[in-house]
Ligand binder design. Structure first.
Ligand SMILES: *Cc1c(COP(=O)(O)O)cnc(C)c1O
Length: 395
């Protein structure tokens, strides 16, 4: 059996995996087990912000591995305290809870919004508003928030009290608010749902609605946060702050971790015994997180993302000009979607054949989440391969 056949034999069929088996990575390139080289414009779903084998990250993690890996949340470690301080400073939130994944972050945010409601009303009957086409994770709480019935229908009964409104349609949100509403959860840029960006008007309107009703504005920046859109958090581009924030993916840059954070008002609702995690924010994760913030700072990653993402946009607009089958380029910073007038499965497969990793978001959208450290030469290489893949698919 080859690796692909062995994977079918041994791994549960929860994913439709590509037939590639990877061996190692270097810079922004990955190598499969046949040593074929791939330019990576996906970063393990926007996780590997610094690509592979990034010296400062590797050295720091290696040191931590020797010093201390795990200790439990019965005790403190310096790494975890410093990681929380980094998150506080960068996000302007007041308190941080570390998790191991994005789904755990949205679950935690959900519990925190419910707890605030419970303390205020003395009842556990709250409702949450989420958006259609959103993605918040796969656990039975987070998948209920996710605005995609295909992910939910076999797994009921799911948690009660979740309603869905439409992105950039403030009236549709208003229509769902009532005295039981505890919070509204939104991705400033919808990732999995097809790379849709919230408008200024919508986000500022949500902030105002949440203030008026004393309910939580929960921003899920699991994918769009940590510098991917050119600011450390995307909400800074909207001139607002959330009440509760969800992070994961880029926060560990490859080490599995997540966090939810909140302002004073909402974090005060959390009391000892309300929530917990065995691994959450262990010293390895804490060290990964503080190292990620240090690298973003010292290497001027945000400025780089702002510049390079403009170049990517120019190049993709040239492609869109050339091909009528490209309907629209969407996204913010290095969260990129290219919508076609047809399914893009074949284009994506051809890109992979030619050594470029991109994926789909919905049937008609090519999605890219490159490492934040890509340079112009990599953008040129990407556009050349994508151009060729489109040509071959059309002919
Ligand atoms: C990926 C993602 C999640 C879920 O994260 P997991 O680590 O897969 O549990 C939640 N929200 C958003 C916006 C995501 O992109």
């Amino acid at each position: 059996m080859n690796y692909y056949e062995r994977s079918l034999d041994a791994l549960m069929h929860a994913y439709r995996r590509y037939q590639i088996t990877f061996d190692h990575g270097e810079g922004v390139y990955l190598y499969d087990t046949d040593q074929k080289k791939y330019l990576d414009f996906f970063s393990g779903i926007g996780v590997n912000s610094f690509g592979y084998h990034y010296p400062e990250y590797i050295v720091s993690m290696e040191k931590q591995l020797h010093r201390l890996m795990h200790i439990s949340n019965y005790f403190n470690t310096v790494e975890t305290i410093e990681a929380a301080e980094c998150v506080k400073k960068a996000t302007k939130m007041d308190k941080v809870f570390f998790t191991n994944s994005g789904a755990e972050s949205t679950e935690g945010a959900l519990k925190l919004a419910r707890k605030y409601y419970f303390k205020k009303h003395g009842k556990a009957d709250s409702e949450i508003i989420a958006l259609n086409h959103s993605f918040h994770g796969r656990t039975t709480g987070s998948v209920r928030l996710t605005g995609n019935e295909n992910y939910q229908k076999a797994f009921g009964p799911l948690i009660e009290g979740v309603k869905h409104a439409n992105i950039n349609d403030l009236e549709s949100v208003k229509a769902l608010i009532n005295e039981k509403t505890a919070g509204i959860i939104v991705e400033p840029v919808q990732g999995e749902g097809g790379v849709y960006v919230c408008t200024q008007e919508f986000m500022q309107g949500l902030r105002q609605l949440c203030d008026e009703h004393d309910i939580a504005l929960i921003l899920d920046e699991v994918q769009c946060g940590m510098g991917r859109t050119g600011t450390i958090m995307t909400y800074f581009q909207y001139g607002i702050l959330p009440d509760i924030l969800c992070l994961a993916k880029g926060i560990g840059a490859g080490f599995p971790m997540g966090a939810f954070a909140a302002n004073e008002k909402f974090s005060n609702a959390m009391e000892p015994g309300d929530h917990g995690s065995t691994y959450g924010g262990n010293p390895m994760a804490g060290n990964a997180c503080r190292t990620v913030f240090k690298i973003i700072d010292e290497k001027n990653i945000l400025e780089h993302v702002q510049n390079i993402s403009q170049y990517v946009a120019e190049k993709l607009d040239e492609l869109a000009e050339k091909y009528d089958c490209i309907i629209e380029r969407r996204g913010l910073g290095l969260m990129i979607g290219l919508e076609f007038d047809r399914p893009v499965k074949d284009i994506v497969q051809k890109c992979l054949d030619h050594g470029l990793i991109v994926v789909t978001a919905g049937a008609n959208v090519v999605r890219m989440l490159p490492p934040l450290i890509i340079e112009k030469e990599h953008v040129d290489e990407m556009t050349a391969i994508l151009d060729q893949a489109i040509q071959e698919t059309l002919s």
